[in-house]
Design a protein around this ligand. Structure first.
Ligand code: NAD
Ligand code: SER
Length: 314
């Protein structure tokens, strides 16, 4: 039975992933941590700052951890406000996890990467597994460097580190924490509450996205795949859907016809334009049988159902 440590567990992904890990492996086998301790949420949260190396080691030893899901990070838009600190948290924090794992004998680690590793020179459509990268945000730079550190620790120290380049994640039971793809979650809450949304991207800016249940399933399937099947030790491309703000707006309007949108692009438009539009995830499909379940219309139907059960397709 794995004994799991999750860092950054109070975030958009962690909130959902921890619940799933607890269901699967038992509440007592999952130690959820974030910057601030809390007993208020749906699971207890211990305090752990990933910049504190000795604290990471102490928690691993105390709870006899043998697997780590390292989610703690500062995302793309928030990261641009303080680049040096973002680099510190995202990269030094990850290196602390790698070193503590090596010293304490933890063999298996999940380290999420992102479509933010791509840059303006990257092939924009059907982006291959190993393209030119050169990201332009500090977040993307830290994630790309993290991919190289994962590969290095795997090759040199035998750590079984696995990773996905998540697209923008969309879910109903947690809110995003400072990313460029956040609009695709905000738009649902605004459509239901205010019937109006001001989007910080242009109407035609297309980005790869994924519904949270697909992202959680991908994570668990990757982590449970036999080690010999994992051929990519930087991070796997993974895809589900791609759409623009205009396209998701049209889909939501089918349930909320009075919903209106306007566009006020800010600095996040430039970040989004530096990323790619669609992803070739053949390696993930071949190596561990990845296949998405949700496209745009199925995801919108479920989001609306969960956030506003009375809304009907009109
Ligand atoms: P989030 O911002 O919602 O959560 C990140 C969590 O990390 C927060 O709860 C924050 O308190 C915590 N954190 C920040 N600094 C910390 C520190 N020094 N020590 C410990 N915890 C700290 O982000 P998320 O959306 O849940 O993302 C989780 C992971 O998935 C991140 O690594 C992110 O890069 C990756 N990812 C997310 C998306 C997405 O669309 N949500 C897409 C691609 C990759
Ligand atoms: N969703 C994330 C962001 O926008 C991508 O990693 O920052």
């Amino acid at each position: 039975m794995p004994r799991i440590l999750v860092t950054g567990a109070a975030g958009q992904l962690g909130t959902v992933l921890v619940t799933k890990l607890r269901e699967r492996y038992g509440d007592d086998n999952v130690v959820a941590t974030d910057l601030k301790p809390s007993e208020d949420g749906s699971f207890p949260l211990l305090s752990l700052n990933v910049l504190e190396y000795d604290d990471i080691k102490a928690i691993i030893q105390k709870h006899q951890i043998n697997e780590i899901y390292h989610l703690a990070a500062i995302l793309s838009a928030k990261g641009e406000k303080n680049p040096r600190f973002t680099w510190k948290v995202n990269l030094d924090g990850f290196i602390n996890i790698l070193e503590a794992a090596k010293e304490c004998g933890v063999k298996k680690i999940f380290n999420p990467s992102s479509i933010a590793v791509f840059g303006p020179l990257t092939q924009k459509e059907n982006t291959p597994q190993y393209p030119i990268m050169i990201p332009e945000t500090i977040y993307g730079m830290s994630k790309e460097a993290g991919e190289q550190w994962s590969n290095y620790y795997h090759k040199n120290f035998g750590l079984d580190i696995r990773s996905l380049r998540y697209p923008g994640l969309i879910g109903y039971d947690s809110l995003p924490g400072g990313g460029t793809t956040d609009y695709a979650v905000e738009i649902f809450h605004a459509a239901i509450k205010e019937k109006q949304y001001t989007c910080f991207l242009n109407p035609d800016t297309i980005l790869p996205m994924m519904y949270m249940p697909d992202a959680i399933r991908a994570t668990l399937e990757l982590m449970e795949a036999p080690a010999e099947n994992i051929r990519v030790r930087t991070s796997y491309n993974i895809a589900a859907m791609s759409f623009s703000p205009w396209e998701i707006y049209q889909e939501i309007k089918k349930y909320i016809p009075e919903f209106t949108i306007n566009y006020k692009p800010d600095f996040r438009e430039k970040i989004a334009r530096s990323w790619v539009e669609s992803i070739d995830d053949t390696s993930a499909r071949n190596d561990w049988n990845w296949k998405e379940e949700y496209n745009l219309s199925k995801m919108v139907e479920e989001m609306i159902f969960h956030l506003s059960p009375s809304a009907k397709l009109r």
